[in-house]
Design a protein around this ligand. Structure first.
Ligand SMILES: [Zn+2]
Ligand SMILES: [Zn+2]
Length: 346
């Protein structure tokens, strides 16, 4: 099969012909129809993820058709249209048996712990536990765009952030994660403030539900601005970018008893950022993470999509071919254009 391969961290990936994957006994092989471009792939390529063994095929936001299933797979067969969470649970450990597959102790991640979906085919283990059926009307590009950013934002806003109607929600960073969070929080009835460095992204944020915006490049004190708009601070706030400044601001702009959810990855030199611990204690703030979402929780999100309450297709940005993926991957270190880029031609 054709795949995007990198042999060394930080060196240009190339298109190569590599052996096709075979299904594990409890796994499937999926013909990839769409795969999203994500900043996590860029982190992986840069060598920030120690789970990666070289040579490597990146890609973890995928949708496609099952072409082969192992002997132990009972729920899936060739021809099924599917997607999968980026954190693939083993289905057997304590976390999985308590319903928290997103933090499975033995999790695999396509494109990190093994070869991913920047390829014509990808193998996924523990298929019965992890595959998610696509609604017939959903396009593959939309399904792939759910893969990591949209589902992580869904869990961050709904399950971790516990956003309620009428609450103020601040979203720091309007890339794929941030825009997803704005759409989801707004659909839950929250008043959302979008924060970014570019007016273009903020304008788009308003179109998908933000009621206020702050341009951090022209606003000297973002925390103060959020507190002014919200009359005291946000109830829930999220760092969707993953930077010491946005992370700090997201905690500091909370009102008493507020909840911060960290979704933007903090890796390498940013792994141990400053936190306003004095405020966390005095205000009884909650600091939470959000790491993907369990396959069984997709149903609630899919129902909201089917009923038009969430429109992830609006967040699909540029569609490109696999041949264009190496250059696009290397460019992910900078700030993305609007929406989620997706490979749709293989
Ligand atoms: Zn991702
Ligand atoms: Zn597990």
């Amino acid at each position: 099969m054709k795949a995007v391969v990198f042999e060394k961290f930080g060196e240009a990936p190339t298109i190569q012909t590599v052996p096709d994957p075979k299904p594990a006994a409890d796994g499937v092989v999926i013909k990839v129809e769409a795969t999203g471009l994500c900043r996590s792939d860029w982190h992986g390529w840069m060598g920030h993820d120690d789970g990666i063994t070289l040579p490597h095929v990146p890609g973890h936001e995928l949708a496609g058709v099952v072409v082969a299933a192992g002997k132990q797979v009972s729920r899936w067969k060739a021809g099924d249209r599917v997607t999968v969470p980026f954190a693939v649970g083993c289905g057997r450990c304590f976390e999985c048996s308590s319903g928290n597959h997103q933090v499975c102790e033995h999790q695999t991640q396509p494109g990190f712990t093994g070869w991913g979906s920047f390829a014509e085919y990808v193998g996924i283990e523990h298929a019965d536990t992890n595959l998610v059926r696509l609604p017939d009307e959903m396009e593959y590009a939309t399904a792939a765009s759910l893969g990591c950013r949209f589902v992580t934002s869904f869990r961050a806003i709904v399950d971790q952030g516990r956003v309620k109607p009428g609450e103020w929600v601040a979203v720091h960073g309007c890339g794929g994660v941030g825009l997803s969070a704005i759409m989801i929080a707004s659909s839950m009835g929250a008043n959302v403030i979008a924060i970014d460095l570019t007016d273009e992204k903020l304008e788009f944020a308003r179109k998908i539900g933000a009621v206020a915006t702050i341009n951090a490049s022209t606003t000297p004190n973002v925390v103060k601005a959020v507190k002014q708009i919200t009359n005291g601070g946000a109830h829930m706030s999220m760092d969707a970018l993953g930077h010491p400044t946005t992370s700090f601001n997201s905690i500091a702009n909370l009102r008493r008893r507020g909840r911060h959810v960290q979704v933007g990855l903090m890796l390498g030199e940013h792994a141990r950022p400053q936190v306003p611990m004095d405020k966390i204690i005095a205000f009884e703030l909650e600091i939470l993470g959000s790491h993907g979402m369990q396959a069984y929780r997709y149903q609630a999100m899919m129902d909201m999509i089917r009923n038009g309450k969430l429109k992830p297709e609006l967040l699909v940005g540029k569609k490109i071919s696999l041949d264009e993926a190496p250059a696009a991957l290397m460019a992910m270190g900078g700030f993305e254009g609007i929406g989620i880029g997706v490979v749709t031609k293989f």
